[in-house]
Design a protein around this ligand. Structure first.
Ligand SMILES: *[C@@H]1O[C@H](CO)[C@@H](O)[C@H](O)[C@H]1NC(C)=O
Ligand SMILES: *[C@@H]1O[C@H](CO)[C@@H](O)[C@H](O)[C@H]1NC(C)=O
Ligand SMILES: *[C@@H]1O[C@H](CO)[C@@H](O)[C@H](O)[C@H]1NC(C)=O
Ligand SMILES: *[C@@H]1O[C@H](CO)[C@@H](O)[C@H](O)[C@H]1NC(C)=O
Ligand SMILES: CC(=O)N[C@H]1CO[C@H](CO)[C@@H](O)[C@@H]1O
Length: 418
């Protein structure tokens, strides 16, 4: 069964990226993901009831805190056992570890959802802040490609990672959510190491908006701007191997979010880009944290420049130590970088640091952790959405490397002469 707009075509006409990947090391890989159920009988019961349908579980988001590697599994279809999981890095050096639910199985049991308090329905991406807290945005809707089952209203959750406890749950105002809304990304911003003074920025790539949540005041606002929209010339995708690939068109807006270190004025710079775009933009958090001017101060939002053709990017993450902004490259099956200390943003000041048409197909998320390591998750999502995954083959991979080593010898190296 193929979607009518699905077009599987030969890659032959498209010039391939001649770069490989010897910088990012594969840490985990899976043909199919399994979960660490309480015991074999609960696993069997989940298989029988359809609460766990192995082939519908596709990892997507990644984040790291101490020995926990968080992995999200969005509910595209029925049978996702847990949408927020982790791998204990102390336990597994390599291989295909089973995913553990976070914070526990009960949070993912949607059968007795009650009013939804404490439950997690559908998570794409997450972020850990400097106060050992995990922030996520929950779309609240399951079975996105099928019945679109509404579980609860979209909400933000914040967990205390030292106690594995939910410490804040904030339901987003219903009028923020439009028909096309997809809350695909979130990043937390703590001011002056004061953990109460924190904000979360959420990208709604479906309805072209940035939602800001103020933890201290417990309120939120929705920002619109032309730069949150897609570029109609950049909505064509080709993801695949040299012999076979998948072509599709997406109109996704604001997607990648990354924060600079704190600047002299006490605020950070939010670097952002729409998915269907090859440009990077920036705005000071002084603007977006001020709800009375956030949508009005049009000219405070800056165009940094273009990375060049075929550089559509999903996620981004900034390494504060070196100032390097990393981002995934969907049409190039890889990862790129730019050093934010560089005033110029152009083809010449951006570098492709890794690319592999087989192992890095659909590089979906990446993070720089607090120890200066880069983590990248690739998951062949385009095959899952428009074709099918081959479960005798490896489908999901997590790569990692030291930031310092990754940028060595590229234009992103602060020591490079440019
Ligand atoms: C399996 O785990 C469930 C849930 O914790 C528990 O109710 C059940 O008794 C366990 N079964 C076995 C055989 O240990
Ligand atoms: C949004 O969805 C609702 C419910 O399906 C529908 O009635 C409405 O027409 C839609 N609005 C737009 C602008 O598409
Ligand atoms: C928001 O911006 C306006 C206009 O510049 C300014 O008067 C106001 O003090 C700002 N509010 C906050 C909370 O900074
Ligand atoms: C699935 O993957 C296996 C292992 O790489 C390969 O041998 C097989 O040809 C693939 N099947 C299809 C239908 O592509
Ligand atoms: C403790 C633990 O989960 N160990 C796993 C690490 O990965 C190997 C290879 O996939 C598994 O066999 C172990 O069970």
């Amino acid at each position: 069964m193929e979607n009518s707009f699905l077009l599987v075509i030969l890659f032959g006409l498209i010039c391939c990226v001649l770069s490989g990947n010897n910088k990012l090391k594969e840490r985990f890989s899976w043909k199919q993901v399994d979960f660490k159920f309480e015991n074999e009988s609960t696993r069997e019961a989940a298989l029988r009831s359809g609460d766990y349908v192995a082939e519908n579980n596709v990892p997507l988001g990644v984040e790291v805190w101490k020995n926990k590697l968080f992995v999200t599994v969005p509910r595209w279809k029925a049978g996702v056992a847990a949408t927020l999981t982790y791998i204990d890095l102390d336990e597994n050096e390599s291989g295909s570890p089973k995913l553990k639910p976070y914070p526990n199985w009960e949070a993912h049991n949607l059968r007795n959802n009650g009013n939804g308090a404490g439950k997690i329905a559908n998570v794409f991406r997450l972020n850990v802040d400097v106060c050992d807290r995990l922030w996520l945005v929950d779309q609240g809707v399951a079975d996105l490609l099928g019945g679109q089952i509404v579980i609860h209203n979209p909400k933000i959750q914040v967990y205390d990672l030292n106690k594995d406890q939910l410490i804040k749950e904030y339901t987003l105002p219903t009028h923020f959510i439009k028909n096309d809304s997809l809350l695909s990304n979130i990043i937390a911003d703590v001011k002056n190491k004061n953990c109460d003074e924190a904000f979360a920025y959420i990208a709604d790539c479906g309805a072209n908006a940035l939602i800001v949540y103020d933890l201290e005041k417990d309120e939120s606002w929705r920002i619109t701007h032309h730069f949150f929209h897609f570029d109609p010339l950049s909505g064509d995708y080709f993801v695949g191997t040299p012999s076979r690939g998948i072509n599709f068109q997406w109109p996704d807006g604001i997607f990648g979010l990354a924060l600079s270190g704190i600047q002299s004025n006490g605020y950070r710079i939010l670097y952002f880009h729409p998915l269907s775009s090859t440009r990077e933009f920036a705005v000071s958090t002084e603007i977006i944290q001020n709800k009375s001017i956030a949508s009005q101060a049009y000219h405070k939002y800056k165009v940094l420049g273009s990375r060049g053709p075929d550089t559509q990017s999903l996620s981004s993450s900034l390494d504060e130590k070196n100032g390097v902004l990393f981002y995934t490259l969907l049409n190039k099956n890889g990862v790129g970088c730019w050093n934010s200390n560089n005033e110029e943003y152009s083809v010449d000041t951006n570098a492709l640091i890794a690319s592999d048409e087989v192992t890095m197909l659909y590089p979906n998320d990446l993070k720089v952790d607090k120890n200066g390591r880069l983590w990248v998750l690739a998951d062949k999502l385009s095959n899952f959405l428009y074709s099918q995954l081959n479960f005798t083959d490896i489908n999901f991979r997590i790569f990692t490397a030291e930031v310092d080593q990754v940028v060595t010898g590229t234009v992103c190296d602060k020591n490079s002469s440019s």
